[in-house]
Write a protein that binds this ligand. Sequence first.
Ligand SMILES: [Zn+2]
Length: 305
Amino acid sequence: MKKYCQLCGGEREFIYNLDGYRIEQCKFCKTVCVDNMPDDKTLKEYYKGFKYCIDEDNIDLIVNDDFKKWYESFKLPPNAKMLDIGGGNGYFSLAFEKFGFGEATYIDLDSEACRYVKKLGISAVINDDVKNLAANKTEKFDFIYSRHVIEHLPNPLSLIENAISLLSDDGVFVLQMPNGLSLERLIDFQDKENRIKSLMEANSFSRLDVERILHSSKTAFDLAPPRHLWAFSKKGLKEYLAVIPDIEFKIRTYSLRDKIYSPYMSRRYKHFFLAKLMKPLKNILRVLYSMPAGGGHLVVEIRKK
Ligand SMILES: [Zn+2]
């Protein structure tokens, strides 16, 4: 039975096994997805007490002048309303309110994360799925942000539809996810080594086969089931968004070293002497590896026409 891409309608083909999941890729747009999506029970079990990225040392990586300037760049109206979909640690909502841009509404499926974010003093904290907010609320938002959430969802496109339905007429929706075709992560040698091992274990590939795969459009950067179920391509998103009426959009890629779209990476290797020594070499490789498909983050900016 032929299977088709949810984004562009192109035919999908099996590319390899990974961590007990069958991985398929759209022949046309190169978006990669898990074929045997985990069921609700598996996902519930996996995310139990997840509390993703809750580390108070990270607050100053988000609540700082760089983010103030970033929010300013969207030229939001005074007392703007922000919606943070799958807001995790809540620090993006916190920065938004702390710098006086307006009120933030934080929504996340993780009840423990919600409990934590309530203590930060965010205006509205909702422990629910955004589809229920879209169905029940007439309130609209001037700035909607969803950062590294969509790749976790078995049915990701409803997140985009719901966010657009919650957007005010002059509002902007910023959707961020890993760039599935990016090769940038290959310069982080330990990550690459782990990937090589996983792919060799799950398939009858030699090391050379895996090297070839990782340096091709089958790289599927950051695909990690049951956590990350999709590796989106720019082309796939473009095809999908182009048929949604009355919106305009821009899609850009950003490096894993970007201060805004990758705030946590700067801290990751900070204390390792060897990492500091390798930095100039890595920066050269980063530029080279980002040439074919861009940096590790895909960022889509959607506005109403
Ligand atoms: Zn496709």
